[in-house]
Design a protein around this ligand. Structure first.
Ligand code: C2E
Ligand code: MG
Ligand code: MG
Length: 394
């Protein structure tokens, strides 16, 4: 153990440790958009030692942190050299950094030294570190993001972290581990798992990168999942600094990701557009099963929803809703949208039920609000379903 630490110290002094760069591409436009720095030990003899041959050993103690900081500095130098042509570069930080109280200050110090804007530097931390460092990790991530540096969770899907855990982490980027991708992504279960991961990441507004993409089949499938970026041998292997600098200088980088539906033809994206369109008009939408007295509510934070849970008992929701109406509207609201009245309306052939009321928002202000309940027929059950569209009409 002592040995390897001493050897690495010497390697750093002799500048035998090198940052290689693996480009990351926009999944839809194939454009170069960012990169990851990966360490290589290039020995005198010309032999290149891959990280797997020394990183795991170094990671047993905090000796690994000297490699990571060395890499961070190398990346800053490269970003400075690239100037106008710079693209964001991610650096791997081992879990030992979570114990460094001055991590963010150290990092900002480096960025200032090389005059690198913070949006060009990304911090990668592996999923296993999240689990290992549990309570310390949340404030640590907050600190890093506090100095405007984006945080990526590496190797997602390879370890033990639960979706619950990821949900609570204020991260920016999810890197999906290559172990989740088979060579052609044809197995139905595999597709379902991946689709679900991207669906949930996109809904949480996380940037997504698929790692280790090697085949066209994988790429094709990832596009249908609306995966945002691709890193893998299909596009490029990790390359030495000079080759990477050359690539950045010669490439036609996309400054802004395209949102054009005609260019980005994925089912997930089309659905997102549709949802956004509906949400722009209706900040709150409630799905109701009248037969089973249940509901599920989707709402923008600024709409009047704080008083009700996102899902639950529909009759309770109507009672809660009525309480937020102006006193003169309460009774009519409770009556119109009572479960019994809606069922009666449905059975007498009504297609919609609509009411305009004065309703108090979460900010304590009354607004004219329109609630439109639309009856829908489920293709798979006889339950009576309603989609309730709510908006302020001032
Ligand atoms: P990682 O951070 O998950 O990096 C991705 C690894 O996948 C890299 O391996 C990369 O070369 C490899 N890879 C990329 N595309 C493909 C592909 O299409 N097919 C296959 N089969 N592999 C692909 P690499 O460079 O050997 O690094 C291995 C790991 O070592 C990294 O995994 C990271 O956890 C660690 N590592 C590398 N550099 C550093 C560093 O500076 N600091 C720390 N703490 N860890 C590092
Ligand atoms: Mg990584
Ligand atoms: Mg990884």
């Amino acid at each position: 153990m002592e040995n390897i630490i001493e050897e690495i110290k010497k390697a750093i002094e002799k500048r035998e440790l090198c940052a290689y760069y693996q480009p990351q591409y926009d999944a839809m436009t194939d454009r170069l958009v960012s990169a990851e720095a990966l360490v290589r030990w290039v020995k005198d003899s010309g032999k290149i030692v891959p990280p797997m041959d020394f990183i795991p050993q170094l990671e047993e103690t905090d000796a690994i942190t000297m490699v990571d900081w060395y890499m961070a500095e190398e990346v800053c130098k490269t970003l400075k050299e690239l100037g106008e042509k710079a693209i964001p570069i991610a650096v791997n930080f081992s879990r030992w950094h979570v114990k460094e109280d001055d991590f963010s200050e150290h990092l900002t110090g480096l960025l200032e030294k090389y005059e690198v804007p913070s949006d060009l530097f990304e911090v990668e931390i592996t999923e296993s570190a999240l689990v290992a460092e549990e309570s310390a990790i949340l404030p640590w991530i907050r600190n890093v993001r506090g100095v405007k540096i984006r945080v990526a969770i590496d190797d997602f899907g390879s370890g033990l972290s639960s979706l619950q855990f990821i949900k609570d982490m204020p991260i920016d980027i999810l890197k999906i581990d290559r172990s989740l991708l088979s060579s052609n992504c044809q197995a139905e279960k595999e597709r379902i798992v991946l689709e679900s991961i991207f669906y949930f990441a996109n809904r949480l507004k996380l940037d997504t990168i698929a790692e280790g993409v090697e085949t066209k089949e994988q790429l094709g499938f990832l596009r249908t999942c609306d995966c945002k970026k691709i890193q893998g041998y299909l596009f490029a292997k990790p390359m030495p600094r000079e080759a990477f600098v050359e690539l950045c200088r010669s490439s036609n980088q996309a400054k802004k990701e395209s949102q054009d539906i005609l260019e980005i033809q994925t089912p997930a994206h089309a659905m997102q557009l549709l949802m956004d369109a509906v949400f722009q008009k209706y900040p709150m939408i409630i799905y109701i099963n009248l037969t089973r007295n249940t509901y599920y509510m989707m709402a923008y934070d600024d709409y009047t929803t704080k008083s009700c849970p996102a899902t639950g008992d529909f009759e309770e929701l109507v009672r809660g809703g009525a309480a937020t109406m102006a006193p003169e509207d309460r009774e009519e609201f409770a009556m119109t949208f009572s479960r019994q009245n809606l069922l009666n309306e449905y059975h007498s052939g009504a297609k919609t039920v609509q009411l305009v009321t004065w309703q108090m928002g979460d900010d304590g202000i009354y607004r004219r609000c329109e609630t439109t309940d639309v009856f829908v027929k489920s293709p798979s059950s006889d339950d009576v379903l309603v989609i309730s569209l709510c908006r302020a009409i001032e």
